[in-house]
Design a protein around this ligand. Structure first.
Ligand code: NAD
Length: 492
């Protein structure tokens, strides 16, 4: 990866944004350093846009959309396959960028790349799939056709935690279906979540203006949401910002799709093997430092297996190595920034003040937070009630399956949950009563597949999920065309 410490090579995106198929300086020449989270070292300087850059990107996307949608679907599919080939060819460099910018371990970066590749494969297939249908009519002699038509320009706003996969999961299907895209990556990840992706599109000879990237913060995000040339906003991020965007877009009757926060429960029933459950529990709470929307922020354990579960989860947490993912074989890297670390730690401290006990972890060195197991937790404690977004596993012990179910559902969020049991049918019955968009039996809360719609209920989402067949609903409008062989006779 090109860093500012290496003056001989300069990344094509240095101090640039990506508009109309080329890297160019932003209108007001704003720049921002992107940092390696584990060391604080600068990785490179990128362009930061403003409202004028958003307008230029939206204009480029608007102009390109007509020709892009008119291409034969096989040509759009071929373009997406070329991007796929470039991502595969540069996967080492991309993985390194994700690791450095997010502080994730190699495994997490490779997972993101595999997901992004799968989204591109699915999208290439989607582009050539016959869409729409002929529908019956109430009148003789009339033919009805229901077509799917691209929306136009899709504005995509992403968070920092899964910068690559959360950019590709909406971008690939939106493009496949004939839309063009303006992407705004998060300020923590302008390279792996934006400009490096732009470079893949450039190398893949995707027509200019089809994919544009304007890095920046809330000002650029708000400008994208408010721009009249942007027909839809696909936002992934916090519930708080999502609500703000929904209000703004709602006033203009603009289509929005929001994937927001969560507070997943991992339920351990009394017939579960505590050893296996603790493995799944550790992965669900500690992987990527607990910084995903589907991280298990609540462990709800039946009393019969609680002691064994707590002991085994604690043992696993103790074993985990926390350190710099680029300079050692570690299980967990740094948290994204001090603000996020202090927020998570504050929620833990407040819960300890209310009577919770930290049995493992609860300490940190710089941004490196130890995996933490907390017991004596009650449902009203902040560490259980709120989305912590850190490697903290709060455990609530309950007496019955009914209590476990009620507690699982006692949250405004509804993204992902999971249940561990030795009886998959019991697990299925439990899952069928859980109020969330995703429920997994005998697996982690942290699952995502490109072929399955990913989305939540309640405060976790608004609109159609992304993935699988839901992408057609998500990124197209329906148009009813009727054809009469002979115009009918009307009263006047
Ligand atoms: P965030 O909401 O702070 O920021 C997300 C994006 O929105 C960033 O690009 C940010 O610059 C932009 N933004 C901020 N204010 C804006 C505004 N007023 N108008 C337009 N854009 C604005 O979230 P984050 O801290 O980057 O990510 C963590 C959050 O994302 C967590 O709550 C997590 O649960 C959620 N998340 C959800 C999913 C999902 O699929 N449901 C996936 C990953 C992360």
């Amino acid at each position: 990866m090109t860093t500012s410490a290496d003056p001989t090579t300069r990344a094509p995106w240095t101090d640039q944004i990506f508009v109309g198929g080329r890297f160019q300086p932003p209108a007001a020449a704003g720049t921002q350093l992107s940092y390696e989270k584990a060391t604080g070292e600068p990785l490179g300087s990128v362009g930061v846009g403003d409202a004028d850059d958003v307008a230029a990107a939206a204009e480029a996307a608007r102009v390109a959309q007509v020709g892009w949608a008119a291409l034969p679907p096989v040509a759009r599919a071929a373009a997406l396959r070329r991007v796929h080939a470039r991502l595969l060819a540069r996967s080492d460099e991309v993985a390194e960028a994700i690791q450095r910018e997010t502080g994730g371990i190699r495994f997490k970066a490779e997972l993101e790349i595999r997901l992004a590749l799968a989204h591109l494969e699915q999208a290439a297939a989607l582009a050539t799939r016959p869409l729409g249908h002929e529908a019956t009519s109430i009148l003789p002699g009339r033919k009805n056709f229901v077509n799917h038509v691209p929306l136009g320009v899709v504005g995509i706003i992403t968070p920092w935690n899964l910068p690559l996969s959360l950019a590709f999961s909406p971008t690939a299907p939106a493009l496949a279906l004939g839309n063009t895209v303006v992407l705004k990556p998060a300020p923590h990840t302008p390279i792996s979540g934006g400009l490096l992706i732009a470079d893949l599109f450039r190398e893949a000879d995707v027509p200019p203006g089809v994919f544009n990237v304007v890095p920046g913060g809330d000002v650029v995000g708000a400008a994208l949401v408010e721009h009249p040339d942007v027909d839809m906003i696909r936002f992934t991020g916090s519930t708080e910002v999502g609500r703000h965007i929904a209000r703004s877009a709602g006033g203009r009757l603009q289509r929005v799709s929001l994937e927001l926060g969560g507070n997943a429960a991992l339920v351990v029933l009394d017939d579960a093997d505590p050893e296996v459950a603790s493995m799944v529990g550790a992965w669900s709470s500690f992987h990527f430092q607990g910084q995903t929307c589907i991280t298990a922020g609540r462990h709800i354990v039946l009393r019969a297996v609680a002691d064994a579960y707590i002991e085994m989860l604690t043992r696993r947490a103790k074993r985990l190595v926390v350190g710099d993912p680029m300079r050692g074989d570690v299980d967990m890297g740094p948290m994204i920034d001090t603000r996020q670390l202090e927020r998570a730690h504050g929620l833990l401290r407040a819960s300890v003040d209310m009577g919770a006990t930290v049995v493992e972890g609860g300490t940190y060195d710089g941004l490196f937070y130890r995996p933490t197991v907390v017991t004596g937790v009650t449902p009203d404690m902040p560490v259980f009630r709120e989305e912590v977004f850190g490697p903290i596993a709060p455990i609530v012990v309950v007496d019955t399956e009914e209590e476990a179910l009620a507690l699982t559902n006692a949250t405004a969020y509804g993204l992902s949950n999971a249940v561990m049991t030795s009886n998959p049918w019991r697990g299925l019955r439990f899952a069928e009563q859980v109020h969330s968009g995703m429920v997994h039996v005998n697996d982690t809360t942290c699952l995502s597949e490109a072929t399955i719609p990913f989305g939540g209920w309640g405060d976790s989402s608004l609109g159609v999920p992304t993935g699988g067949d839901a992408n057609i609903e998500q990124y197209t409008e329906r148009r009813w065309i009727s054809v009469q062989e002979q115009p009918p006779q009307y009263r006047y």
